[in-house]
Design a protein around this ligand. Structure first.
Ligand SMILES: Cc1ncc(COP(=O)(O)O)c(C=O)c1O
Length: 472
């Protein structure tokens, strides 16, 4: 087949692909033709450093993953009503990374399907309907999930909030309802988790009902790379369970070792969910996802007598691929790598924050990092324009980053796990140059004399190593 020009591709897309499907860099979208490890290549063969794709977890087109998929596809692909080793081995591998009580798997094809099934399990097990979700959360595109995704239903054109859905404040200690500038660390988790308790009490007093489920990402990605305060999840899980509900950890973005120290984000909070959902990185780009739960919840589901069947979920090809992803994470020590490179990235960005007043906060764990762009560090005023400028300029420099958060001012970095320290240096030095150029141009137009070092400190989480400060 002859290759289409970029213009032709855009024209055909405009004609036949739904306009709600939006592209990255809408003004001048990228046409990516191939990818390898942490690089993507456009139709001219130009390389882009990929800091966006947490899905290509072990690196784009990893040979071991490609080989596993091709080999299995040439032998057999069918549904999981036939016995096959790949699905049971894959389940075993997932379970081996989980606390003991999470021992039963269901395979699906996407994060959305996983969360939909998780809700169904929760409803069946508890017999309740009321769901607690977090402000700015996204859990998937199915109708059931748009209804619990404040990030979507809260949009001007979104569906009205359902009466069984309760939204608690995002536990964002930087710009949320309760901030670290106003409250001590220990108070923050209580203040945020008390909101959940209040919701539970209101549901009981106003509706005479109990809670079905609390669902949250262990670290909130769409919310703006938010790390909930210590003990928040513990308190919340206690409140929810005491009020009849189960706790669902959505690990679709942050699972599979991205955080380095742990396989799963919930482990960071020292809690054990009742249901865990996973997807994106699981197939390194191939659609496979899963739900993991306890024997008790699985037994409630079985007792309904309604068979659970999913044509593609857990097919031998998808499971061969997921098993190869697990193999690669282990063989290449990618969790340890994420820890080391993630720490280097975090430190480097904090150093950058010391130079640029527009960086209000740097937060992250492993290879999951957010940089808050602000107009004023004291007021923490979100600066969407600077974030958009950064995205555009970084792309011109062949580095792909994205922005998120309710104000779209948080630069997100969540690259394939094979990202190196050299890649960090490239990203940080380019960002440094881009921010300096922006500051210079703003100063030129306002005629203010340039000050290299901002007067106010950004929010910092830990002390920086002096030798690293000198290196940027
Ligand atoms: C936290 C979270 N959960 C669930 C989903 C839905 O996953 P999928 O797009 O695979 O359906 C997403 C997708 O972005 C997500 O970020």
């Amino acid at each position: 087949m002859e290759q289409m020009t970029k213009k032709e591709t855009i024209a055909l897309r405009d004609k036949h692909i739904g306009k709600s499907c939006q592209l990255f860099f809408r003004q001048d979208p990228l046409k990516i033709m191939r990818a390898k490890a942490q690089y993507m290549y456009d139709e001219k063969g130009d390389a882009y450093l990929d800091c966006i794709n947490n899905v290509a977890h072990v690196g784009h087109c990893h040979p071991a993953v490609v080989e596993a998929g091709c080999r299995q596809m040439s032998i057999l692909n069918t549904n999981n009503r036939f016995l096959h080793d790949n699905i049971v081995l894959c389940a075993q591998r997932i379970i081996n990374t989980m606390p003991d009580k999470l021992s039963v798997c269901y395979f699906v094809n996407s994060g959305s399907e996983a969360n939909d099934l998780a809700l169904r399990l929760a409803q069946i097990h508890t017999g309740n309907r009321q769901v607690i979700t977090l402000e700015h959360a996204y859990h998937g595109h199915l109708t059931s999930l748009i209804d619990i995704s404040h990030y979507k239903f809260n949009l001007p054109g979104g569906p009205p909030q359902k009466d069984y859905v309760h939204v608690a404040s995002c536990p964002d200690t930087y710009r949320g309802k309760y901030r670290d500038s106003d409250y001590a660390k220990e108070e923050l988790s209580k203040l945020y988790s008390d909101e959940i308790l209040t919701i539970c009490q209101n549901v009981s007093s106003e509706k005479g009902e109990k809670i079905c489920a609390f669902i949250a990402e262990s670290l909130l990605s769409c919310g703006g790379q938010i790390i909930p305060p210590d003990n928040y999840m513990k308190n919340v899980y206690d409140h929810v369970r005491q009020n009849g509900g189960v706790c669902i950890a959505d690990e679709v973005q942050v699972g599979f070792g991205r955080l380095g120290k742990h396989w799963w984000g919930f482990q960071m909070h020292d809690v054990i969910p009742d249901i865990v959902t996973m997807g994106k990185p699981m197939g390194n780009g191939h659609p496979i996802a899963a739900v993991v739960t306890t024997e008790e919840i699985a037994e409630s589901f079985r007792r309904t007598g309604v068979e659970y069947f999913n044509t593609y979920g857990g097919n031998p090809v998808s499971c061969a691929i997921a098993n190869a992803v697990f193999d690669t994470i282990e063989k290449e020590n990618l969790r340890e790598h994420a820890l080391v490179v993630g720490e280097y990235l975090f430190d480097s960005c904090q150093i950058l924050a010391k130079k640029h007043a527009c960086i209000g906060d740097v937060r992250g764990v492993g290879l999951f990092l957010g940089i808050e762009m602000v107009k004023d560090r004291d007021l923490r005023t979100p600066d969407k324009a600077t974030a958009s400028y950064v995205l555009k300029r970084m792309r011109e420099e062949h580095i792909l980053v994205s922005a998120d958060g309710p104000e779209c001012n948080v630069i997100k970095i969540k690259p394939p796990m094979v990202f190196t320290k050299e890649n960090v240096d490239e990203v940080v030095s380019t960002l440094d140059r881009v921010l300096k150029e922006l500051r210079d141009s703003q100063q030129k137009s306002s005629n203010v004399k340039s000050t290299e070092v901002p007067s106010k400190e950004p929010r910092t989480r830990k002390s920086l190593k002096e030798d690293r400060i000198k290196s940027i």
